[in-house]
Write a protein that binds this ligand. Structure first.
Ligand code: FES
Length: 106
């Protein structure tokens, strides 16, 4: 894993998503009660940005066709539309010295 410093964490507000591009990879990030969650931004359906989706509780709704994902583990809960086992990859993220540190596979 390689750590990436993404800047000040307070630029991500609770309940709102933010997207980052790191070495060409799109990453979505949400804050829930001050805890950060990071996962692939590209929806596995047809590629809309999950980071621009609406967050309710720990579920983000894809803005294109309303599939829902649990931001804490990446699992798709729209089982009626998504094949069993559909998910987005999640990544470790922490706050150090008021800055976001995201770990991605090397
Ligand atoms: S692109 Fe996300 S549900 Fe269709």
């Amino acid at each position: 894993m390689t750590e990436h410093n993404l800047g000040k964490w307070h630029h991500i507000f609770d309940g709102h998503g933010k997207t980052f591009t790191i070495n060409g990879q799109q990453i979505a990030m949400f804050s829930i009660d001050g805890e950060l969650f990071a996962f692939d931004d590209v929806c596995p359906h047809v590629g809309a940005s999950l980071g621009s989706g609406k967050l309710e509780g720990k579920l983000v709704t894809c803005p294109a066709h309303d599939w829902q994902f649990d931001v804490t583990n990446g699992e798709c809960i729209s089982v009626d539309r998504c094949d069993d086992g559909c998910y987005v990859d999640t990544y470790p993220v922490k706050i150090e010295n008021d800055e976001i540190i995201l770990s991605l596979p090397s």
